[in-house]
Every structure is written in C-alpha cells, then in structure tokens.
Design a protein around this ligand. Structure first.
Ligand code: FE2
Ligand code: FE2
Length: 412
C-alpha cells in the first residue's frame, strides 16, 4: 500500500477469467475514502465485499485502460477469425459450411471424451480454455484454402475448370457428326448423278449411318467418362488414349484431335474429379494454414492452435501432409480433428462432387482408414461407439448446440 498525493492505493491481484486475458499480477486500486481499512474484522469483510462489487468503479485509470485495450484485442482477434471464416465462406459456400460443422462436431467429440469415466480416455479432460482453443483451431483449420483456386475446391466434373469443358467436347462431336452427314449426302448426290445402282447408294447411306452411330457412341462415352462417380478401368483409359490420337479436319482444313491432351489428362482421372496436380494444389492448403497461423502471436492459452489446425491432414502412419508427422508426433487434438474433418466431409450433403453418405458407409470408410494406419483407431472406435455424429446432429437440428464454451463462441 502506498500514499500518493494524499490518496491511499492498494494492489489487488487477480486472474483473468476469459481465455484471451493475460494473467495479471496486480492492479492498482484507488481507495474511495478514509477509514476503509479500519474497524472490526466483520466490517472489514463487508467493506471488502462492497469494494469488490464496485471494483470496476474504483479501478484506477491505468488499470481501466489496460482492460479496455485488452478487451479490444480479444474482440479484434475474434473479429479476425470471423473475417477469415467469412472470406472462405464467400469464396466457397461448401468450405464455409464445412468449417462451421467441423467446429461443432469436434467440440461434441471433445465433450464426449471429457465425460468418459473409464477406459483409455478416462484421464483426458478439456477445460473451458482448451475447448475454446479447439473451437478456434477448428474454425481456422482450412484457412489456407483462401489460396486454393475456387475451381479446384468446387470441381464437380473431371473436365470442369472455371466451367465444365464437356460442352466443348460435345460441340466438337456434334460438328464431326454433322460433317459426316454432309459428306454422306455429297457422296450420295455424286452416286445419283453418275447413275450408280440403288445397292451402291444404299451401301453409301448405310456407311454414313454407321459412322454417325459410332460418333454418337463416342460422344456418350466421353460424357460418361466426365462423371467422377466410378473408378476408371484400364480398358476405359486405353480407349481414351486411342480417341486422343484420332483426328478430324476443322473448317480451316487443319487436323484436330477428338480430345485434346489436357482433356485426356482430366478424363483419365481414376477416382474423383481432380488431377494429381490439382490434388497437390488442394493439399497445399494445410501447409498454408500452418504458415498463416504461425505468424499470429497467440497468447499462452491459444499457442497450440497452429499445431492443432495444421495437423488435420496428418496420418498416423506418417503418409499425411503437410509435415508427414507420424504417431505421437501428431497432437491428440490434431488426430481428433482429422477424424471429425473426414467424417464431416463424408456426411456433407452440399459437396458438388458427391452425395451425402449414409452413416454406415461413413463408419466403414473411417474404419478402413484406421486399419490402413491413417486415422487413430481408438478415436474412430469412440466416434462410432459413442455415436458422436448422432449427438452432434441432435444438437444441431434442435438448435441446442451451445457448448460449455458458449462464452467464447465464435459466430461466422
Ligand atoms: Fe483441410
Ligand atoms: Fe477441412
């Protein structure tokens, strides 16, 4: 306690309640008047309670300014998280919905783990601060997608770029068909003019019909190959290669391929709708997330966010990305995020390249990924056995998805 220009000052130590607040050792409090520290023990306690109730009123100016600045920093950070989520949301509604759902699903799973009283997860608990850290990490886990081209994020068909190039291929095929028909007509006219017998004319007509039918079949075949649904067999791949070697003459008399080299690369995608180059670009978002988050000077309580968020595509067997971490090198929260990230992606109904999968199929895929050493098998078992997705769904559908960490909720 010190005297200062006739007034008495005290030091009050406190621990900040909000996750963002720094632990402050002492704040200078200004006394309201003389006699506050005199009298019986009971009256001192009463006086102390009164002082605590009106603590905000008696906080000295420097402390008030400190708290105000600190609150502004908290608000600024939460606003930043919202802005980033909105940026991704605006860029692709698919990704934006995914981020929010992963955050909810991940917190649901963390809360289920927190409540487990026996087995290997019995000692794992999550405080309010840790839940808040998890939530922010989940909201920021795909932040790197701001650099991923939107045509890759939303690529629904193999020939899709900024638009689906199948229209070009169809037009080309239609042009070839019309050309065949025209050439057939010209040949028929020539035969008629030369007085050829009807059998020869009939044969010419038949030849044209067969050529047209062949081209129509090729057009349908390419159209089917553009769909990402089924696995592409070797036979189909070979046929596509042959087609890329076949040519026709355009209006300028130049030889053009039935399908271009770039179209061949895209149509030859074995599974899904993105090429290897596009996959690499897509996977790059995890590294970008890590790089972006590492630049943020997180407080002690949030310092793990970059590692949690950056690990959501790491696999237990070390074959994940961006760092290729294996086993215990991956933080528990990162493994947790990997399971919920994949589960959400599989159950999502708003992906342009696939339909929402039923839970049984999702469980089968998660188990198979655990068997391959990609996901943590214990977390996968827990996700399935405790029906984490159903709990999340009930909360989500009932609009009762407020969590323990509601104070720290980030809305996007
Ligand atoms: Fe991701
Ligand atoms: Fe994700």
């Amino acid at each position: 306690m010190t005297a200062c220009e006739g007034r008495r000052w005290s030091l009050w130590t406190f621990v900040a309640a909000r996750p963002f607040c720094l632990r402050v050792g002492a704040l200078p409090l200004r006394r309201c008047g003389p006699g506050a520290f005199c009298g019986s023990a009971a009256s001192k306690r009463r006086a102390a309670r009164r002082r605590m109730r009106s603590v905000t009123k008696i906080l000295s100016l420097p402390a008030k300014q400190f708290l105000r600045r600190h609150r502004r920093r908290c608000t600024l950070f939460e606003a930043f998280v919202k802005v980033m989520a909105t940026a991704i949301d605006e860029k692709s509604p698919v990704t934006g919905g995914h981020i929010r759902r992963v955050a909810e699903l991940k917190l649901t799973m963390a809360e289920v783990i927190h409540d487990i009283k026996e087995g290997q997860f019995k000692d794992i608990t999550f405080s309010q601060d840790q839940l808040y850290e998890l939530r922010i990490a989940a909201y920021m886990h795909d932040i790197g997608k701001v650099t991923t081209p939107v045509e890759i994020v939303e690529k629904a068909k193999k020939l899709q770029t900024i638009f689906d190039r199948i229209h070009y291929v169809r037009l080309r095929m239609d042009y070839i068909i019309q050309k065949i028909k025209l050439e057939g007509q010209n040949s028929k006219i020539e035969l008629l003019q030369n007085g050829n017998d009807p059998a020869k004319i009939k044969s010419c007509e038949q030849e044209t019909l067969e050529k047209v039918a062949e081209m129509e079949e090729i057009r349908d075949f390419v159209n089917k190959c553009n769909e990402p649904g089924e696995f592409l067999e070797d036979e189909t791949l070979e046929r596509l290669k042959e087609l890329s070697k076949r040519t026709y003459q355009d209006e300028a008399g130049e030889s053009q391929p039935f399908i271009t080299e770039d179209e061949l690369v895209n149509l030859s995608i074995r599974r899904g709708s993105i090429t290897e180059a596009e996959r690499k670009k897509m996977q790059d978002h995890a590294a970008v997330t890590l790089r972006m988050l590492k630049q943020i000077p997180f407080t002690k309580k949030l310092k793990n966010i970059p590692n949690f968020a950056g690990a959501h595509h790491e696999f237990i067997n070390g074959k994940g990305y961006p760092l290729g971490l294996a086993g215990d090198e991956i933080p528990f929260e990162g493994k947790l995020m990997a399971v919920t990230d994949i589960a959400e992606a599989l159950t999502a109904s708003d992906r342009p390249y696939k339909k929402a999968m039923p839970l049984e199929t999702v469980y089968r895929i998660l188990r198979s990924m655990a068997e391959k050493g990609e996901l943590d098998p214990d977390l996968v078992d827990l996700f399935i056995d405790k029906e984490v997705y159903k709990i999340y769904q009930e909360r989500h559908e009932n609009g009762a998805n407020e969590k323990k960490s509601s104070e720290a909720e980030v809305k996007s």
